[in-house]
Design a protein around this ligand. Structure first.
Ligand SMILES: Cc1cc2nc3c(=O)[nH]c(=O)nc-3n(C[C@H](O)[C@H](O)[C@H](O)COP(=O)(O)OP(=O)(O)OC[C@H]3O[C@@H](n4cnc5c(N)ncnc54)[C@H](O)[C@@H]3O)c2cc1C
Length: 309
């Protein structure tokens, strides 16, 4: 599968612009077709100029490290933006604040906060994505999430205008944000609280160890496939997707090369040769079974993008 060239319609850039670029290697699930064009901007000005000059009918999609992304087998029409090292800076500020670029890895943010004696961001050590993905997904774990620590974020609109969003502008709920889909986040400011660096680091290490034990983190997976029907942050005793999937006989279920993990049955795995269609088909079969078994409509947490082959 390959797309027509877009080069005649795209402006010159300082960063890297590639056509028919494979995306599967950049996602945890390792499936799916190419991007019609893949753009890695040199910096925020390069990205803003590109967005301003790119015709509006060309779709633009931004990805992080693809830890929550299922790219369909036919690939993604339009431009996919991946933020490079210029967007990866992290700084600890006075007043127990952290400023981080959208391409910074969550785990590095947690470790920088720990080194600086800033508590509250330890949970990021359990999320294998970037800050951009965390802002979009309200990422979190073990009772804490992005909305608890976010002060504000800078973003570019589809036309390249720079805007600032406060935490409230995100309209956050469990693993979900109401922020306009076409915004590309470029930087975030977080508020923590002062603490002893060794104590913060110990909590980071504890989260890392718990992950190793309970999740198939060395597999080709997309993390939780479905959001919990009730937020564990606000309803600690609420309904959990994995319990519903287990009760409906979903643990270990396979479609082609796709399988619901035996270790954590809300995690779907590419066992080797899965296609995106296998993975999406498995997810829909799970939704059907849970609907029949418990009358609950599971909501996809993994973002499915692109077109079928
Ligand atoms: C093993 C494993 C464990 C996981 N555990 C957790 C967990 O405990 N808690 C949790 O919350 N999640 C978890 N996840 C899911 C995933 O890590 C998070 O959703 C993460 O926030 C996604 O970040 P990403 O950079 O990989 O984004 P991607 O998967 O690349 O993209 C996800 C979404 O974010 C958007 N996005 C990415 N960057 C930007 C940006 N700069 N501006 C605007 N939108 C952007 C994309 O458009 C897409 O809609 C897990 C995943 C795996 C594979």
């Amino acid at each position: 599968m390959s797309f027509d060239s877009l080069s005649e319609r795209l402006p010159p850039v300082r960063g890297r612009l590639m056509e028919n670029a494979a995306l599967a290697p950049f996602t945890w699930l390792r499936v799916g077709g190419p991007a019609q064009a893949l753009f890695i901007p040199a910096d925020a000005d390069d990205l803003a100029d590109f967005l301003e000059a790119t015709p509006e009918d060309i779709p633009v999609f931004v990805m992080g490290v693809g830890s929550n992304l299922l790219v369909r087998d036919g690939g993604l029409p339009g431009v996919v933006v991946r933020l490079g090292p210029a967007f990866g800076k992290i700084a600890a500020l006075d007043g127990a604040q952290i400023r981080a670029g959208a391409a910074a890895l969550d785990k590095k943010v947690a470790l920088t906060a720990a080194d600086a004696g800033i508590a509250g961001l330890e949970f990021y050590s359990g999320v294998p994505g970037t800050i951009g993905g965390a802002l979009r997904m309200n990422a979190g774990c073990y009772g804490a999430e992005t909305s608890d620590v976010l002060v504000e974020a800078a973003a570019l609109t589809r036309s390249g205008e720079r805007v600032t969003l406060s935490r409230d502008d995100f309209g956050y709920s469990y693993r979900h944000s109401e922020a306009p889909e076409d915004l590309i986040f470029i930087e975030a400011l977080f508020q923590g609280r002062p603490d002893d660096p060794a104590a913060v680091k110990a909590r980071v290490d504890d989260i890392t160890a718990r992950r190793e034990e309970t999740q198939p983190i060395r597999e080709k997976t997309g993390g939780s496939t479905f959001a919990n029907p009730d937020s564990p942050v606000t309803h600690p005793d609420g309904r959990k997707s994995w319990k519903l999937i287990d009760a409906a006989g979903g643990r270990g279920l396979m479609v082609g090369g796709a399988q619901m993990s035996e270790l954590h049955c809300n995690f779907m795995i590419n066992t080797g040769e899965a296609t995106a269609a296998d993975l999406e088909g498995l997810g829909e079969e799970i939704r059907r079974r849970v609907r029949e078994d418990a009358g609950v409509e599971l909501r996809w947490e993994i973002k499915r993008v692109g077109v079928n082959a």
